[in-house]
Design a protein around this ligand. Structure first.
Ligand code: AMP
Length: 305
């Protein structure tokens, strides 16, 4: 089934304990669409970049079957820029610099052909933009999923609360879940966020896996213990792309299928962190993805005697 992703397409500069990059391609929608491309088609992208954005990256989107007719290129303007520095544990990071550039006046135009997409992924952008996108769909998608971050909880809480009443699934990390709900216990936090609108709350815990709360039911997916983690940037978006891409490929939004989606999303995130930026998502094979999913199954399978 069709998926539409709206979010940032960006230049990032990253620093982890393993090294530093200058401007590389990043952005929430970049990671989401590349990850989802391994599962579903049509895979539609709506975002904005400046005329400094390289055609070679647009070619990579096309090689992955991403429909970029909704990628607006603004002449004479610069692409959104974000830089971040990770702490030694790689689970926490500081934003060093943000240059909004084209994102400052982003008013998403959804091509006619995308307005009937059955699955909608609202990647990290301002809640006001996320709301506009929902309102601009021709029909209410079968499933709307939203990702957000601490910045929006800090500066746009009212807008965020409003858009939360319109979505089915939210993904946040544990810190954001606590900040949004005012609850320390993640079980209480999830219940408080469910009461704000979304029936399904996914709480990402970095290298400690992810929790899925669906109505009263709970499921947990571990993260794969990896020997080398170079750069966690985009892991959350890659996870979201794998999750919603898998759901869209099956058209099934039941709790049982969301459990599988959680594992596919976690498997995709485990690839993402192995290289800087989104590079590891450029050339994956279905066999590699299936092998990784099998490792997840093995990781926590056991028998009770
Ligand atoms: P993640 O590591 O999954 O949280 O996502 C990192 C990506 O989010 C980076 O590639 C950034 O370009 C992007 N990003 C960071 N801050 C923002 C923001 N305020 N709005 C949109 N995208 C952002």
């Amino acid at each position: 089934m069709s998926l539409l992703t709206v979010g940032s397409v960006a230049f990032d500069a990253l620093e982890t304990p393993f090294g530093k990059t200058d401007k590389i391609i990043g952005g929430s929608a970049t990671y989401i669409t590349l990850s989802a491309s391994y599962f579903t088609k049509p895979n539609n992208l709506v975002a904005v970049v400046g005329d400094d954005f390289p055609q070679s990256m647009i070619d990579i989107f096309h090689e992955h079957g991403v429909d970029t007719q909704g990628l607006e290129i603004r002449n004479g303007e610069k692409t959104f820029f974000w830089s971040g520095k990770y702490h030694n544990d790689m689970n926490t990071r500081d934003t060093v610099e943000v240059q909004l550039n084209v994102m400052e006046h982003f008013d998403p135009v959804i091509p006619e052909a995308h307005r009937h997409s059955e699955f909608l992924m609202l990647g990290n952008t301002s809640p006001a933009i996320q709301k506009k996108v929902i309102e601009r769909m021709a029909v209410r998608p079968k499933l709307i999923m939203l990702d957000t971050m601490n910045l929006w909880i800090d500066i746009a809480l009212d807008d965020l609360r409003e858009v939360l009443t319109m979505v089915d699934v939210i993904t946040v990390n544990d810190e954001e879940a606590r900040q949004l709900s005012g609850q320390y216990s993640l079980v209480k936090a999830a219940a408080a966020i469910q009461a704000m609108g979304p029936e399904t709350v996914i709480i990402k815990k970095g290298e400690h896996g992810a929790l899925l709360f669906h109505g009263p039911s709970i499921f947990f997916a571990p993260a794969l213990p990896l020997e080398d983690v170079f750069d966690p940037t985009g892991a959350g978006d890659t996870f979201a792309g794998g999750f919603i891409g898998y759901l869209a490929s099956t058209g099934d939004v039941s709790f049982n299928n969301m459990k599988r989606g959680l594992i596919y999303g976690s498997a995709m995130a485990s690839f993402c962190v192995e290289k800087f930026g989104a590079e590891r998502l450029f050339n994956l094979s279905t066999d590699e993805i299936n092998e990784r999913v099998a490792k997840f199954v093995k990781l926590s399978a056991f028998e009770i005697v």
